[in-house]
Write a protein that binds this ligand. Structure first.
Ligand code: NAP
Length: 300
């Protein structure tokens, strides 16, 4: 039986992946930040505890592993702490993959590219370079993952809370989506069929950010007003407040992500996974149809 090791195995994506690999008869090992009282653990997965912040050397992985999937991502802390910790764990996993002669699948992001403005995009891009230090690497760049968790669910919760929705840089950024099940299938396919290389997994074209907000608001019967923000001014204010170490509900990195947003034609990439991407509207409608009342599958 093939064996997979998944980091961030209790997260929105990692947990779904664990379920899919188990269903397909793989032996699943998972890394989580905290084992004690963790209600998100799956039966039949063997877990170990790993704190990205304090990772130093090779992990003691249980036995031979065929595929390592690096899903975990440290989001909290200063930009330099986040960059250093995420680079360190990626490096450790590359070494581990070399030792066990395992494939390494690095879950990157559409935000990762050479000219990324956000620290998130830059750090993902830097970690991609580290992942390429292993010969059998697969780098997957998902768009916004549509499902009951992650950034997408946070967006729904936010839209439910605020009657006036701020739009940065016009709000016309094309948001490229991918359904969680479709992404898990593609990741499984990469592991099972040895797909190597760097691929973008997201719908193309994307849906304009404000149109996505409108679709969500309509779905939940919400009347929302949209207001264009003086984006660069707000960005500078946020940078100033962050320099005073103030914690804010919105960060300069969120705004930079929207400023540096880009659209990628992913049509060719999908063929490597024997899938055709659905349109953004279909992805959203599938989600709405199968989730009459979305519930948060993440812990927070
Ligand atoms: N969701 C999206 O739309 C999206 C889009 C593109 C790419 N991605 C990428 O996909 C991957 C999975 O995302 P997700 O949406 O599933 O996020 P998630 O639910 O927040 O999962 C992240 C995982 O990383 C773990 N983690 C965070 N900080 C850690 C630390 N210091 N030590 C150990 N573990 C830590 C989390 O554990 P805790 O629960 O204990 O914090 C969680 O298991 C990430 O790499 C993300 O960047 C996501």
């Amino acid at each position: 039986m093939k064996k997979v090791f998944i980091t961030g195995a209790d997260g929105f994506l990692g947990r779904k992946l664990g379920q899919l690999f188990l269903k397909n008869g793989w032996i699943v090992f998972g890394a989580v930040r905290k084992l004690e009282n963790n209600v998100r653990l799956l039966p039949n997965v063997q877990y170990i505890e790993i704190k990205i912040d304090s990772i130093k050397s090779n992990l003691n992985l249980p036995g031979e592993i065929d595929t390592i999937i690096h899903c975990a991502w440290k989001y909290n802390g200063s930009k330099s702490e986040i960059a250093a910790a995420n680079a360190a764990i990626t490096d450790v996993l590359v070494n581990q993959a070399k030792t066990c002669q395992a494939r390494l699948i690095f879950i990157s992001s559409l935000a990762a590219h050479e000219n990324a403005l956000s620290a998130y995009g830059k750090t993902k891009y830097a970690c991609e370079k580290i992942a390429k230090g292993h010969t059998t690497y697969t780098i997957l760049r998902p768009g916004t993952i549509v499902g009951n968790g992650g950034l997408f669910l946070k967006t729904i919760h936010l839209l439910k809370k605020i009657p006036i929705v701020p739009l940065f840089y016009g709000g016309k950024q094309p948001i490229q989506l991918i359904g969680i099940d479709s992404l898990c299938q593609a990741i499984f396919f990469a592991a099972d069929k040895d797909v190597t290389g760097t691929y973008t997994l997201a719908c193309y074209p994307g849906i304009k950010l404000y149109s996505m907000y409108q679709m969500i608001a309509h779905r939940f019967g919400l009347k929302r007003f949209f207001i264009k923000m003086p984006s660069d001014i707000i960005l500078n204010i946020l940078l100033f407040l962050e320099s005073l170490r103030m914690r804010l509900p919105i960060t300069s990195d969120n705004i930079l992500g929207l400023k540096g947003h880009h659209e990628v034609n992913s049509e060719k990439d999908w063929r490597h996974f024997q899938q055709v991407s659905k349109s953004a509207h279909d992805i959203l409608n599938d989600f709405f149809n199968s989730n009459p009342g979305p519930t948060d599958e993440t812990k927070n």
